[in-house]
Design a protein around this ligand. Structure first.
Ligand code: ZN
Length: 263
């Protein structure tokens, strides 16, 4: 079931450490300078990876993060969608609706792909040993999700930070971790915590912080319209929970975020 080719071995990386514990201030603006990565010897590195690999395939891990669900049954979704069309008084055979059940099945398969993400393939080769412990921040990650109460979209931005404890992950992987948890039936609070806990499990950093904002279509387009449609949630682990200064540094960074409207 799991994908092949789990990790790039450290010695295949073209980089060589110069032995200095470089400061990675560039990480704040999304630069992933490989020169900052320092590799321990292969045996030790492989050991870390095999421990992680064991974790990724364990039942407990897969259950905790709701991964490895069975394939989507597209035919069953099409039947159900047709039933809904009939139930709301529509004619599922009229021209505009004929392909709607197929479209719904395709859309749901795509929007719920996060349950079937292979974490080994996602992390594939992108863990690096480092000696620095400066805050790594990736902000303004856009996400789209489906609320589990109405199966209507909610969308917004995620800001993610962690303080390394010997390991970092390639910065391009952080948005993919966000996607993995967004592409499900979700509530925003749980998604925020799952992202933080997943990064905590994989990197075992000194701390993780995730702040997400979202606008929820179920509030915007139905019921008491425009009431309470915007929402911010956060999850702080480790040093971000314990140390107010670290938390304040992160919040100051994300408050300088673009602030552009999503629409
Ligand atoms: Zn909802």
């Amino acid at each position: 079931m799991r994908g092949p080719g789990l990790y790039r071995r450290a010695h295949k990386q073209p980089m060589k450490s110069n032995g200095s514990a470089s400061k990675n201030s560039s990480s704040h603006n999304g630069n992933n300078g490989n020169s900052n990565h320092h590799h321990r010897d292969d045996a030790e590195h492989d050991d870390v990876l095999s421990v992680l690999q064991e974790k990724f395939t364990s039942d407990a891990f897969l259950r905790t993060f709701e991964l490895d669900l069975p394939e989507v049954d597209a035919g069953a979704i099409e039947d159900a969608a047709r039933s809904i069309l009939v139930a709301v008084g529509e004619d599922p055979d009229r021209e505009g609706l004929q392909r709607t059940p197929i479209r719904i099945a395709k859309a749901l398969t795509e929007l719920l792909a996060g349950y079937r993400t292979d974490p080994s393939a996602l992390i594939n080769g992108a863990l690096f040993d480092v000696e620095y412990d400066d805050m790594v921040i990736v902000r303004d990650i856009t996400y789209q999700s489906l609320c589990e109460h109405h199966m209507l979209p909610f969308l917004g931005r995620a800001h993610v930070a962690y303080i390394p404890n010997g390991k970092v992950i390639g910065l391009s992987k952080i948005p993919r971790i966000v996607d993995m948890f967004a592409q499900r039936l979700q509530v925003q609070e749980r998604m925020t915590h799952q992202i933080a806990e997943f990064i905590d499990e994989v990197l075992q950093p000194k701390g993780v912080a995730v702040v997400m904002d979202g606008v929820h279509m179920c509030s915007m387009i139905r019921g008491v319209k425009k009431h309470g449609s915007g929402m911010t949630t956060s999850a702080m682990l480790g040093i971000f929970r314990e140390d107010e200064r670290t938390r304040a540094e992160f919040m100051a960074h994300i408050q300088r975020a673009s602030g552009q409207s999503l629409f």
